[in-house]
Write a protein that binds this ligand. Structure first.
Ligand code: CA
Length: 230
């Protein structure tokens, strides 16, 4: 059983893929555009993403770049035309493999097995992350601080998990917008700020006195363990 996210705007192809993968025992989610594909990729932590390059809202290669900023999930690109340049660009942007439509379900299953084998994961995805006393489990979407559960909204969790996948590293607002809200460009900065402040309140800290969420002015936010008091 593999958790698979299909990003495909053609409903007939989406249904076909869902049926053929579900028949093999996989758990399939279908997103009809790039933005919802990006947010589902973060929420559901799929083990494989099948990404159509021709999407209504974003270019599939843009989706791939934004996805790569936040996730190493294996991506198989689906392309309509056997256009070498498009395929090369997609592979350069971080795709693991590609399929040209139309393709058979056996071929699809073989490609999925191959990327999973290369990724070295064939089971339950990312393990829980611990930063100081903060524990974040993507499988159950549970968060605890010093053993006490912290209740987070869906977006708050997604935001914290995004930061937790790169502990100690500065994650830019642009990456947060893309990864959590599926927004490609600026204009939603306030959204990020508001959610960060809610998250801080629930973690018992403020921007002025951070314990886990450190703002790097003009760049982004870094998740790190609290500095021990001298
Ligand atoms: Ca399409």
């Amino acid at each position: 059983m593999t958790r698979i996210l299909v990003v495909e705007d053609d409903p007939a192809i989406g249904r076909l893929l869902r049926r053929s993968l579900t028949d093999r025992g996989d758990v399939v989610t279908v997103a009809g555009d790039g933005a919802s594909g990006l947010s589902l990729a973060l929420q559901e932590q799929p083990e494989v993403v099948l990404l159509d390059l021709g999407l209504p809202d974003l270019d599939g290669r843009q989706v791939l770049q934004m996805l790569r900023a936040v996730s190493q999930v294996p991506v198989i690109v689906i392309t309509a035309q056997d256009d070498d340049r498009t395929v090369v660009q997609a592979l350069d942007a971080g795709a693991d493999d590609y399929l040209v439509k139309p393709f058979g379900s056996d071929q699809l299953a073989a490609r999925i097995r191959a990327v999973l084998r290369r990724a070295g994961t064939n089971s339950s995805g990312d393990p829980a992350v611990r930063v100081g006393e903060l524990e974040i489990d993507p499988a159950t979407r549970r968060v605890s601080l010093g053993g006490t559960p912290v209740e987070l909204s869906r977006k708050e969790f997604d935001l914290l998990w995004l930061l937790a996948t790169r502990p100690g590293e500065v994650v830019t607002k642009r990456e947060m917008l893309a990864g959590v809200w599926g927004l490609p460009f600026g204009g939603g900065d306030r959204t990020v700020d508001v959610h960060l402040s809610w998250l801080r309140r629930k973690l018992g800290e403020t921007a002025a006195e951070p314990r886990y969420l450190y703002t790097v002015r003009g760049v982004g936010v870094r998740l790190a363990a609290p500095v021990p008091e001298a």
